[in-house]
Design a protein around this ligand. Structure first.
Ligand SMILES: Nc1nc2c(c(=O)[nH]1)N[C@H]1C(S)=C(S)[C@@H](COP(=O)(O)O)O[C@H]1N2
Ligand SMILES: [Mo]
Length: 384
C-alpha cells in the first residue's frame, strides 16, 4: 500500500524499511526525534530530490495529525480572523506549485565544529534538498483575512513541543510581511505530487523559499499577523547568529541576528571526500544556492587551494527558488589533490575562504569554500 496516501487511514504510518518512509541511503543523525541528512551521492543524481531521500530536521516528536480534524487559524492584525479545515483551504484558494530548495541553517556545521566544538548535529552538506511543493499562497490567505497595513511580521505555530525549548512551548517562527506576501511562500499540503508525509509536516506546512529551513514550519496550525517578530524560542533564541564567546542560551532573547534569508553557499557532492580515483579526466559535481531571490552567477573550482580558478558549468536551476546544480571536468595528474569550490550569487556575494572566520556558537551558516581531498592513481596501461 502506498505509504503516503494517509487520508485513507488517518493516524497510521507505515514504517517498514527505515523510519518515516526514508530510503536506506539517508544518513540518520538521531532516531528520536528523527533527524537525517540526504546522501550526497543521491542528491547529485536528482535536481528535484525524491521524497524518500529528502533530509529531515525535527526538534521534537513528529505529531501524527488526523487531516480531518486539523484546523488552521489566521488571527492577529487581521480584519476577518479565519478558521479553516484542510478542505476549506483547498477549496477556497487557488492551488500553486513551487519547486523550492530547503536548507537547514546548520547545514555544513561539521566544518565549523572542526574549528571549535559545537553542540548539535554534525550536519554535512546534505541538510538540504529540493522538492515540488503544492499549496495555497500565504499572500492569498492573508488577503482573505484582511491583514492590516500596519502589520510587519507573520508568525507561524505548530503543535510539536521540543525538549530543548525553554520554557516548554510549541514550535514557532516568523517572517517579515514583505516575504510573507511573496508569491513563492506557500501553505503546502503536497510534496512531489503526493500528500505531505507526516515527517515533513502533514497535513500542511509553510514553505518559505530562500529562508533558513526553520522558518518553513511543519504541522502549521496557526498564522498570526503581528507588529513584532515571533517571541517563540526558535525565533528569538535558537536560530540566531551570535559572536563567539556568547552563551546562546543566556544571551537575552532578541540579541544577535535572528536568521532569515540564506547566504550564498555551495558544496561538492561527488566524488566523495577521500575518494581514490584514476588519474585523468574526473567529473566534479555539486550544488550552489543563495538566499531569498538571489540566483547563482558563477561557481569557481580550484585545484591549487584558490590560487587559480576554473569556472564550472551551471545547470539551469529547476526553478528560481531552487539550487543550481553545477559540474566541471578536471584533468588530474597522479597524486593527492585538494579540490575547492566557491559560488558567487547575483548580488556578487561570494563564499568566504575559511570556517575559522565564520565560527559562531550555534554553528549556523557555514558557507566557507567547499573542499574535498582526492587521491588520483596512475592508470594501468598508461606510460609515463
Ligand atoms: N513544527 C516544526 N517545524 C519545523 C521544524 C520542527 O522541528 N518543527 N524544523 C525546522 C527546521 S530547523 C528545518 S531545517 C525544516 C526541515 O524540513 P524537513 O524536515 O521537511 O526537511 O523544518 C522546519 N520546520
Ligand atoms: Mo533547520
Amino acid at each position: 500500500m502506498d505509504k503516503y496516501l494517509r487520508e485513507e487511514e488517518p493516524g497510521v504510518t507505515e514504517r517498514s524499511g527505515t523510519a518515516w518512509g526514508k530510503s536506506h541511503d539517508v544518513i540518520v543523525h538521531q532516531s528520536e526525534p528523527f533527524n537525517a541528512e540526504s546522501s550526497l551521492a543521491v542528491l547529485v543524481q536528482q535536481p528535484v530530490t525524491s521524497t524518500e531521500d529528502f533530509y529531515v530536521r525535527n526538534h521534537g516528536p513528529v505529531p501524527e495529525l488526523d487531516p480531518r480534524l486539523w484546523r488552521l487559524s489566521v488571527d492577529g492584525m487581521v480584519d476577518r480572523p479565519l478558521e479553516m479545515s484542510l478542505e476549506d483551504l483547498q477549496n477556497r484558494f487557488e492551488h500553486h506549485e513551487v519547486v523550492a530548495t530547503l536548507q537547514c541553517a546548520g547545514n555544513r556545521r561539521s566544518g565549523l565544529a572542526k574549528v571549535h566544538d559545537i553542540p548539535g548535529h554534525p550536519w554535512g552538506p546534505g541538510a538540504t534538498s529540493t522538492a515540488t511543493w503544492t499549496g495555497a499562497r500565504l499572500t492569498d490567505v492573508l488577503a482573505a483575512a484582511g491583514a492590516q497595513n500596519s502589520a510587519q511580521h507573520v508568525a507561524f505555530e505548530a503543535p510539536d513541543v521540543a525538549p530543548e525549548a525553554t520554557p516548554p512551548q510549541r514550535f514557532g517562527a516568523s517572517i517579515p510581511i514583505a516575504k510573507a506576501t511573496g508569491d513563492e511562500v506557500l501553505l503546502a499540503w503536497g510534496m512531489n505530487g503526493r500528500p505531505l508525509p507526516a515527517v515533513h509536516g502533514a497535513p500542511v506546512r509553510a514553505i518559505v523559499p530562500g529562508f533558513i529551513g526553520a522558518r518553513s514550519v511543519k504541522w502549521i496550525d496557526r498564522v498570526s499577523v503581528q507588529a513584532d517578530p515571533s517571541q517563540n524560542f526558535f525565533q528569538s533564541i535558537a536560530y540566531r547568529l551570535l559572536p563567539p564567546g556568547i552563551d546562546p542560551y543566556s544571551a537575552p532573547p532578541g540579541d544577535g541576528l535572528a536568521l532569515g534569508p540564506l547566504t550564498v553557499n555551495s558544496a561538492i557532492l561527488a566524488p566523495d571526500d577521500g575518494a581514490v580515483v584514476p588519474a585523468g579526466r574526473t567529473a566534479v559535481t555539486g550544488y550552489a544556492l543563495s538566499g531569498d531571490d538571489r540566483g547563482i552567477a558563477r561557481v569557481d573550482v580550484s585545484v591549487d587551494g584558490g590560487q587559480s580558478w576554473l569556472q564550472a558549468e551551471l545547470d539551469e536551476p529547476p526553478s528560481p527558488w531552487a539550487w543550481t546544480p553545477w559540474r566541471i571536468t578536471l584533468e588530474l595528474p597522479p597524486g593527492d589533490v585538494e579540490i575547492t569550490a566557491r559560488a558567487w550569487d547575483t548580488s556578487a556575494a561570494v563564499q568566504p575562504e575559511h570556517e575559522a572566520h565564520l565560527w559562531n556558537p550555534k554553528g549556523y551558516f557555514n558557507n566557507a569554500w567547499s573542499r574535498i581531498h582526492l587521491t588520483a592513481t596512475e592508470r594501468q596501461g598508461m606510460s609515463a
